[in-house]
Design a protein around this ligand. Structure first.
Ligand code: BGC
Length: 279
């Protein structure tokens, strides 16, 4: 996420999400951080959720406030029902409502099947899938209570689920993670179908290989990077802003007719690159 990369890109208008209230889970690093900042730059007030490392969340809050919008950091473990309930409750108290939920918090605990403990399986499912369910449920209660406010948005609320290319690409050695993301896809599509009649839009973003702490091993060394690039037809590793821009657009009324879709942002990783020269 270098400044030069950012300057070279067209910017999302600072009024796109004016007056909207957004919550981003896992917003103190990586994709969540870039997304929270991008939502603030687009005019939204943003709650920066984190589970550990308050200082890093405060940095994100400061950057968001520099755009002249409101922000605060909120510690909560998204896999814990009571913590999610009080996080959304506080947001409604402080900001009046919630218009946008970015269910982003996620983690990996990698192991081959026979080495994977039940704790590793459960941790990933609890945070990546149950965490999104809990946040979506609590946000939707508020969307339903408030309904559509036409001056703010054409819809009663937007949820963007952070998925992965691994909602469709099987991933040996990561059965817990791939299963959680496959679950996110079906959860998102089911919620989209259930909630669309109430003018609530649910979609997902499916990132490919984005340079963040979660996949440091995959890009840190030259050899690892070379192997990774073989899986990316577009020939570059993504950066968090690639995902942040997609989330902002999906959450905005520019994409008001997009319902129940996964937008893959992956440089073509889901295009079976092995078949470019084989098959
Ligand atoms: C994973 C990364 C991985 C990428 C592409 C993401 O969902 O979190 O570790 O590099 O998918 O395989």
């Amino acid at each position: 996420m270098s400044t030069s990369t950012r300057e070279a890109r067209p910017q999302i208008p600072a009024t796109l999400l004016k007056g909207q209230k957004a919550l981003v889970t896992g917003a103190n690093s990586g994709i969540g951080k870039a997304t929270a900042i991008a939502l603030g730059r687009a005019g939204a007030d943003v709650v920066v959720n984190y589970v550990a490392d308050r200082a890093s969340a405060d940095v994100v809050v400061k950057e968001i406030e520099s755009f002249g919008v409101r922000s605060y950091a909120h510690e909560a473990d998204v896999s814990q029902e009571d913590q999610v309930v009080s996080m959304i409750g506080r947001m409604v108290e402080e900001f009046g409502t919630i218009d946008i939920l970015v269910a982003n918090a996620g983690l990996q605990r990698d192991a081959s099947l026979t080495d994977m403990s039940l704790a590793q399986w459960e941790k990933v499912i609890d945070v990546n899938l149950t965490g999104q369910f809990l946040c979506a449920r609590e946000a939707v209660k508020e969307f339903q209570r408030r309904g559509v406010v036409p001056d703010v948005s054409r819809s009663a609320g937007k949820i963007v689920c952070m998925s992965s290319v691994h909602q469709v690409i099987p991933w040996a050695g990561h059965v817990n993670y791939a299963s959680s993301k496959g679950g996110v896809q079906m959860m998102m599509e089911t919620l989209a179908q259930e909630l669309a009649p109430q003018r609530i839009r649910v979609n997902a973003v499916g990132p490919g290989a984005i340079k963040t702490p979660i996949n440091r091993d995959a890009w840190e060394t030259g050899t690892a990077q070379e192997a990774l690039l073989r899986l990316i037809p577009y020939g570059r590793i993504g950066d968090p802003d690639d995902i942040a821009n997609a989330v902002v657009l999906l959450a905005s009324d520019l994409l008001d007719y997009v319902v129940g879709t996964t937008l893959f942002v992956d440089g073509g990783m889901t295009l079976f690159p092995g078949f470019a020269t084989g098959g």
